[in-house]
Every structure is written in C-alpha cells, then in structure tokens.
Write a protein that binds this ligand. Structure first.
Ligand code: G4P
Length: 543
C-alpha cells in the first residue's frame, strides 16, 4: 500500500513538472495578415527549422480557389506542420497550425478547442478584417486568452491609438499594450517595451539570434533621445505617459481568464518584435488547462490519462483508408501500446505507433503529457470529439459544430455504388470535412459546408477513394439550427415543417431555415422550442 502511494505521488509530481513547461497555442488571423511569416519566425527561434521559407512552402495558397487538387496536395503536406513542437528557453511549445483558407474555417474552429491560448495577428494597414471577427468569437466562447500582435509596422498603416480603438470596438476585446511603436512605415524606428522598459531599435530582416534591445532605466533616459532623435523621443514619452495612465501594470490573471489581451507591435517579415512577443508569451501564457466533459471537469494534473480527438486527416494515398487522428492530451500520461477506453464506442483501443510532431521529424513516441498533441493512425474508429480515457465513461465537451453556410443536396450518380457513396460520405463527415443532414424519416441527404471548395474536395475524394460519383444540387438555405424542447411541440413542428427538418449525423434534429425571416417567424410561433446555433446544446459550453 505504502509503495502504491509513493508511486502515485511520484507520478503526480512528474506530471506537474511536465505540465508547467508546456504551452499549447495557435496563431490566428485574417489571411495575409502574416500568420505564416510569424509562425516561421517563431520556429526559427526554437531552432525547429533552419531555413526561412520552410513553412511557407507548405501553406495552402490563399488564392487558389479552383485548384482543389493542389489544395488537397498541400493539405497533405501540411499534416507535417499541423502541430509544430519546439523547445525555447526550457519551455516546450506546441504550436497548432490553422488553415488560412476561409473555406476550411471549421478546421480552425476545431483546432481552437485544443489550445490553451492564441496569438492574434492584425495587419496594421488593414486593421480588423472579416475572418478575425469570427475567430475571436470562437475564442470568446471558451474565454481563451488572446495576445495581439500588430504586424507590418514597416508599412504605413493606421495610427496605433486608432488601431487599438478599432480592435477594442470591433472585436470587443479589452486591450493592454505591452509595447509601443516609434513611428511606422519608412519612419519606423522601433518599439518601446512597456513590460520591461527597454528599447528595441528596428533593423530590417533581423536574424533570430540578433538582439537590438537597449535597456533603459526609465523613459526619461537620454539614451532614448540619442537613439531615436528628440522629436520621436518626446512623442514616445507623451504616448507612454498616456498609456501608463490608462492601462497601468498588466493584470496577468485577467489575461489568463480572457478578460484582457496584451498587445505587441512589430514586423514579422523583418523578424522584428517577435522575440519580445515570444519571451513574454512563455512567461505569461497559460500552461495546459482543465477541460469540461459531460460528467465533470478534468484537471490536467489528474493521474489518469484522458484526451480527445480534435482533428482527423485523411491519408492522401487512395489505396489506404488510413487516417491520422489528432489527440489532445488533457490529463495524466499517454503511453504507447497501452489500452485506453474509446468512450463513444465503449471499446478498448491501443496504439503501437503514436507519433509526436517534435521539430522536423514525425517521431514515434513512448509517452505524452497534457498539452501535447499525438498523431494516431486510425482506420475509421474516430470522429471529431471522441474521447479516450483509462476507463471512465465520459465525453469531452466544447467541440461544437457551427451551422454551415452553403447547403447542397447530394445526388447519387451511380446507383450501383450506393453503398460506397454512403460509406464515403459517412467517413468524410466523421473527419469533419462537411456536415451531413439526412431527411428525418426519409433518405434525402444534404451536405453543408463553409465554402464552395469543400464540395469539390468531397466530390473528388468520393470518386478517388470510394469509387462513388455524385453531383450536388444547390439549395438556398440560410442556416441550420439544432432544435430541442417540449416533446409534443417538437413532434408538431417536425410534422408541419417536414421538408425543412433533418437529422445530423448523430441523429439530432436540425431545422434548415430558408432565411432569417423564416427563422425568426418560427421562433416566435414556437415558444416551446429552442433553436440552437451550434450542435453543443446538451451540455453547458466548456469554459
Ligand atoms: P498569412 O499566413 O496570414 O496569410 O500571411 P503571410 O505570412 O503569408 O503574409 C502575407 C504577406 O504579408 C506576405 O507577402 C508576407 O511576406 C507579408 N508580410 C508578413 N509580415 C510582414 C511585415 O511585417 N511587413 C510587410 N511589409 N509584409 C509582411 P506576399 O507578397 O503575399 O508573399 P511573399 O511573396 O512575401 O512570400
């Protein structure tokens, strides 16, 4: 008994140590703001890549809207960069990549369920852009802490105070600048770090190892005038006085609870301001956090392993149906060749070749800890959101599906291949490529996606991987709403709105509204029915 206790205790201690050094995050932005460039610079700091351009060449080309095969090919390559793990100053960083292309936005939302914080890149010239809004909304659902990086200061952009104002208003974020730029565009001279009172002078294309930081005692130090000139020094002092008056010291707890977002300024392509960002990030960003399940909240420090699947990627080789499921470890220690409970299937599964994404290589790993992402080879056992445990029957929550934006009816073009088509559609929807809605009490199938591109991908993959040919008939639905409520009211609604009520792939009832007007009317006419905009209504949203 004493030995068991001791062993148990040692495990907890080891786990706590592993958790303390880990930071798992994603970089999000509107396309072109500089996410890929920033990712690459961060990896250079961690020594994970040697050559600039390595990440970029794997990037899905943002403008390739019709060349879906090229996109699929690049998506395949991007598996390798889906999770980038590297060490920096005794910290183990797991950077989860999110696709830039807006048609794959759902992929991004799901990846955000697996991180503990995010860095949001804003282009100083364009300010807040369309895709940023939605991404921040998704972060807010879970109070994910956000650090803002205002990029492209080497270009003539919006004035910094105006930008802060715009971000605060449009994204409803409370900001707290930790660095402040001295001019911008051609006049850009550098940034003043408010966190540790230092000056960082701008040099284009700074090397990762280069450090142009000049510590200054306080803002009145004459070094400032010598380095940036009297006029800019005076302006900076004025700005800093104003900033300190308004913001004071950073309340890290407020950042950690998602109430305040620190802001940095810089230029990713010039590797400028990136080191400050990274140094502050590893100091303040959250370690792996607790997560909710349908039964209870799971703390990362718990002794027993738990984790969930947040992403599934098909292998591109059409001869193999193998897929890679991405598992986020939530608690305990994941070990190779150990049986775990797949709670949805109530079945024990084990993995002989789980791999990590450390540095450049895909390596088979023996163990993984909370915050880590493990790649599991899957032959069709997993769906997004599936949970693995050491036996406890529970399901992680907080991985909602949002309403698709485009709906099309699936038309089977080859009745001889009906089975293959059904299987293919089932598997692709399990992967989260699209959402499938089946007519309630019927056979009609509607596919919902975020972007047009996904329909092309589905059609192509159904043919290539399953030998099934299909076509899509456009439908003009506005939104999918999951419905719950009084049993009788639901029965009546289903009967009355038969052609608009479908089932999602888990058998939940979904109302497809033709327009906002229809939706509002139905809500008014059916007070006993609740209309939900995400699939996750059965349990409280995970915080
Ligand atoms: P994304 O992943 O968010 O879509 O953006 P990405 O990093 O690809 O950057 C988009 C464009 O912005 C790239 O130029 C990149 O070089 C540029 N960029 C990134 N950071 C900065 C910066 O600090 N200052 C300036 N001036 N430009 C920046 P591109 O012409 O689209 O690509 P490339 O030909 O440079 O590779």
């Amino acid at each position: 008994m004493a030995v068991t206790c001791w062993w148990h205790y040692l495990h907890i201690l080891m786990n706590e140590k592993e958790i303390a050094v880990r930071r798992t995050f994603a970089i999000i932005s509107h396309p072109d703001a500089g996410k890929t460039t920033l990712t690459e610079k961060l990896l250079l700091f961690g020594g994970a890549i040697q050559v600039a351009g390595a990440v970029k060449s794997n990037k899905i080309k943002k403008h390739a809207t019709s060349d879906f095969m090229e996109i699929e090919r690049q998506r395949g390559i991007s598996v390798a960069t889906s999770v980038m793990s590297f060490a920096y100053n005794d910290t183990l960083i797991n950077l989860l990549d999110t696709p830039g292309h807006k048609d794959f936005a759902e992929d991004t939302y799901r990846t955000l369920t697996a991180v503990d914080s995010v860095i949001l890149v804003i282009d100083s010239v364009n300010g807040v852009e369309e895709q940023t809004r939605k991404l921040v909304e998704v972060c807010r659902m879970r109070d994910t802490p956000i650090i803002v990086f205002v990029n492209k200061l080497d270009r003539d952009g919006k004035m910094p105070f105006d930008l802060l104002d715009e971000i605060e208003k449009e994204l409803k974020l409370s900001l707290h600048p930790l660095s402040w730029p001295i001019n911008m565009g051609k006049e850009f001279k550098g940034v003043y770090n408010l966190y540790d009172s230092s000056l960082n002078l701008f040099t284009a294309n700074q090397k990762a190892t280069e450090d142009n930081t000049i510590p200054i005692e306080d803002i009145n130090d004459t070094v400032l005038d010598e380095r940036v000139g009297d006029r800019d020094a005076a302006q900076l002092r004025e700005d800093v006085e104003l900033l300190q008056g308004v913001y004071g010291a950073l309340d890290v707890d407020k950042y950690l609870s998602g109430q305040i977002s620190p802001v940095f300024f810089g230029s990713a392509v010039n590797n400028f301001g990136v080191k400050e960002l990274l140094d502050t990030f590893i100091r303040v960003a959250p370690t792996p956090q607790a997560r909710n399940t349908d039964k209870r909240r799971v703390e990362p420090t718990e002794n027993k392993f738990t984790g969930f699947i947040f992403k599934i990627h098909a292998n591109l080789d059409p001869r193999h149906r193998d897929r890679i499921a991405f598992l986020r470890v939530c608690s305990g220690r994941f070990a190779r060749n150990t049986y775990y409970k797949h709670t949805r299937l109530e079945k024990d599964v084990r993995f002989s070749n789980p791999y990590s994404f450390m540095a450049r290589e895909k390596d088979v790993i023996e163990e993984a800890f909370p915050g880590d992402v493990v790649g599991l080879f899957d032959t069709g056992n997993f769906k997004i959101g599936d949970t693995l445990t050491e036996g406890e029957m529970m399901q992680f929550t907080g991985i909602p599906t949002f309403s698709p934006e485009i709906f099309k009816e699936l038309v089977n073009k080859d009745p001889m291949k009906t089975k293959q088509l059904e299987k293919g559609v089932q598997q692709l929807t399990d992967e989260g490529v699209a959402q499938l809605f089946t007519q309630h009490g019927g056979n009609r199938k509607i596919i919902g996606c975020v972007g047009e591109l996904q329909f092309e991908v589905i059609q192509y993959r159904l043919l290539q991987e399953y030998g099934a040919s299909c076509a899509f008939q456009p439908l003009s639905f506005y939104k999918a709403c999951w419905i719950t409520g009084d049993k009788k009211a639901i029965e009546d609604f289903v009967r009355y709105k038969q052609s608009n009520v479908m089932e999602d792939k888990d058998g939940n009832l979904v109302y497809l509204a033709q327009s906002e007007w229809f939706l509002n009317t139905e809500r008014q006419n059916n007070p006993k029915i609740e209309f939900h905009f995400t699939s996750e209504f059965k349990t409280a949203m995970a915080k």
